[in-house]
Design a binder for this molecule. Sequence first.
Ligand SMILES: [Fe+2]
Ligand SMILES: [Fe+2]
Length: 194
Amino acid sequence: MTATTSAPKSIQPFLTDVKELRRRARQHLETGNITDTYRGDVDQAIEILQNVLATEIVCVLRYTMHAIAATGIASEGVKDEFAEHAREEQEHMMMVAERINQLGGKPNFDPEGLASRSASQYAPGENLVDMIKENYIAERIAVDHYRELIRYFAEKDPTTRVMLEGILSTEEEHANDMHDLLVAHEGKPMLPSE
Ligand SMILES: [Fe+2]
Ligand SMILES: [Fe+2]
């Protein structure tokens, strides 16, 4: 086997040279973190993320309410699970709000219209099994929604995409947790497996 000893000399290691990157960074300082290389439509990105923010806020509220209101002998472990999910949804909420801010928007925490901006619903649930079902449904909506948004942001805005990919993997775990709780408490999954 012969080892290659010399690398081709003419290949430029970076796509844009350092001088050009520095020049661009000094230009248009008023645009904040959004530089000329941002490929997406910033206003549209902010608008989409406002809906994501509303979805996460509704998830925080729903899980928090369930963590407190769940009753019955079987509810102890479930309450802990709801509380843990509420904390994780709050982390998502913060990440999305920070990203809106980085993009130059003002994160919309206005309770007015919150439910209609959100993809998932605030469903109180009549009993423990109902609560688990509602959370399972909400997680499935979130998973579908985030998969779609990841495809939308793609290469246009890799930072937002990577953030959403991280959130998506947690939502998949949440959906799985709710599915397992449903099987444990109802003996069967609510929805046929796909
Ligand atoms: Fe979330
Ligand atoms: Fe979730």
